[in-house]
Write a protein that binds this ligand. Sequence first.
Ligand code: SF4
Ligand code: SF4
Length: 316
Amino acid sequence: MTDGVVFDIQRYSVNDGPGIRTTVFLKGCPLRCPWCHSPESQDFKPQIALKRMSCRGTDSCGLCLPVCKADAMRTIPFTKYVEGEPRELRIPDIDTALCTSCFDCAEVCPPGALYVCGEERAPEDVLEEVLRDREYYEKSGGGMTISGGEPLCQPDFCRDLLGLAKGADLTTAVDTSGFVPWAHIEKVLDRTDLFLLDIKSLNPELHLRVVGVPNELILENARKLSQASARIWVRIPIIPQFNDSDDSCIATADFIASLGEAVELVQLLPYHNMGTYKYERIFWRKPIFEAPVPKDERMAEILALFVSRNIPAKIH
Ligand code: SF4
Ligand code: SF4
């Protein structure tokens, strides 16, 4: 069995496949989508993170500051709301270029405000946690989903965890960007009941420029999955000024139609700007992506465009 780097296990998930599911999130992703809602999933290794609202303030606590031997810690002002009242504090700010990921600061933080995002876990240990909700899976037609990050960057861990889940009679899903060697997908093919496959844009130049990787491998893997009779739900994030034009949606719809019956559902996921706090949580200094949220009328038009091509589709 191979351990994997897991950063979250989310119970009662209803957005990662059919029924009520437990989603296991793995660290590491080769894509750099500017609208990413889980930036903590991008780095392959565990990293330091801070829940700002849990920090007691460096003036009254400050236990984390002297333990940092890398000189990576500074403090910044922060307004914390306690029972609705604003309280001005200073909280740690970490220069990630200097941080050596020793995690000594997390060790000494009394309320656990500083914490390590991501840890190596054995598949048996993860499955034990997933099985706690077996009753819900049976009642709802749910199961376990592995997501990320790009989970298939850790193909051996996925293979082992999915195998254990199938052995325990759970249904399984893998949420993938498709940007992995086909050999990684092959490792999990016989133990994955459903692939949740993201397709962002058919335009190769735009895909490379915005997402940071080309789209050819993703499209090729989509074709191979359909030829292998895998069950697929395609997920398309609808991002204004990136892929929400008629031309872009038609190109994507035509490609999906060419995959035939393997695609059981297309989920159109309107861009939203929730989750930007997660960037601060891992001390990212990158500018946060901002785009208008797609209007309901535009989402309905895009949905109609897919449905008119006999593609089973829904919003969300
Ligand atoms: S994890 Fe980073 S910031 Fe924290 S003590 Fe270690 S080097 Fe310093
Ligand atoms: S040790 Fe924890 S609670 Fe105390 S100042 Fe540092 S981050 Fe805040």
